[in-house]
Design a protein around this ligand. Structure first.
Ligand SMILES: [Fe+2]
Length: 307
């Protein structure tokens, strides 16, 4: 058997560790929990860490780590993954390492009790920065291999399907949050975003003002997703080839949730209005240049990506 409890952390490879640590901390209000010669670990609040930066190339996703549920041991998880046929090895830190159908590295760590069971705002402050994100909430991947990826995340990792967007998008949950992971069929695999939970749109406003003053821009949003219900804003991260989503007000699922299939239309994506520019699904230089100057909205179409 296998059962996940929550997303634990995202690992990113960075070309300049000192610069990246300072940048992620200063721009997103993350606390530097551990700093070494080859890696740094950053936290939103009082969790051990939720973002691990490792010196290396190429810059981008290194892994996603999930924590097992209290009733599921690493030994049980290993046996389940082996029975499924997924590659499994030790991650070198007491957990397990496997790969999804697109080859993305997935780590599983043993269940651990949180430092406090109280709601976040009733716990002693650990991060001195006001207005920091509350937690890492989910990740999102583009894929050209949707069927195999859905099979891996549901059958190998035991995630449960929350919603489908037509035939091209799938959202998965492991607890009451609408999603901990999502897949969008876009022809080729790429890590799309990691998402930090902010308390409300007021905190999002303060964070986006701060990010704008650091030269950041939004690839899309703020939008109100139909699927998931969350208010979301997507900050382009050129350096590590991804987006950071800041979100609030995500749908909370009830026991016995049954997957829904939403029509693939504008309203399902954004009840407030516009769909994203095509650059939102791309990480090449032409897309970044177009998005930085909002060229698609000025009537300049984005050319086909040259791979
Ligand atoms: Fe998201």
């Amino acid at each position: 058997m296998i059962e996940l409890h929550r997303i634990d952390s995202v690992g990113l490879r960075v070309t300049d560790l000192a610069q990246a640590t300072e940048r992620w901390s200063a721009q997103f209000g993350l606390r530097v929990a551990e700093r070494g010669d080859t890696a740094a670990r950053l936290a939103c609040d009082d969790e051990p860490y939720s973002l691990e930066l490792t010196a290396g190339a190429p810059a981008g996703l290194a892994h996603v780590a999930y924590e097992l549920a209290a009733g599921c041991t690493l030994k049980q998880a290993r046996a389940h993954l082996e029975q499924f046929g997924a590659p499994v090895s030790d991650d070198g830190e007491g957990g397990l390492e496997t790969r999804d159908a697109d080859g993305n590295e997935i780590r599983l760590i043993a269940h651990r009790e949180p430092a406090s069971l109280l709601v976040p705002h009733a716990r002693p402050a650990v991060n001195p920065a006001p207005g920091h994100p509350r937690k890492l909430g989910h990740v999102n991947f583009l894929t050209g291999n949707l069927d195999a990826q859905v099979r891996f995340y549901t059958e190998a990792l035991g995630m449960r399907t929350t919603d489908w967007l037509g035939d091209g998008g799938v959202w998965f949950h492991v607890n009451s949050d609408h999603h901990v992971m999502a897949l969008i069929a876009k022809g080729a695999p790429h890590f799309h975003h990691l998402a930090f939970d902010v308390v409300d749109i007021g905190q999002m406003r303060a964070a986006l003002d701060h990010l704008g003053r650091h030269g950041r821009w939004l690839g899309w949003g703020p939008a109100r997703h139909g699927v998931g219900g969350n208010i979301a804003a997507y900050v382009r991260i050129v350096e590590e080839e991804c987006f950071v989503e800041l979100y609030c007000d995500m749908e909370q699922l009830q026991a016995g949730h049954q997957p829904r299939r939403w029509p693939d239309d504008r309203f399902s994506s954004n009840t407030w209005g516009p769909l994203p520019p095509r650059s939102y699904f791309r990480f090449d230089q032409a897309a970044i240049d177009s998005e930085r100057e909002s060229l698609e909205m000025l009537g300049v179409p984005l050319n086909e990506e040259i791979r």
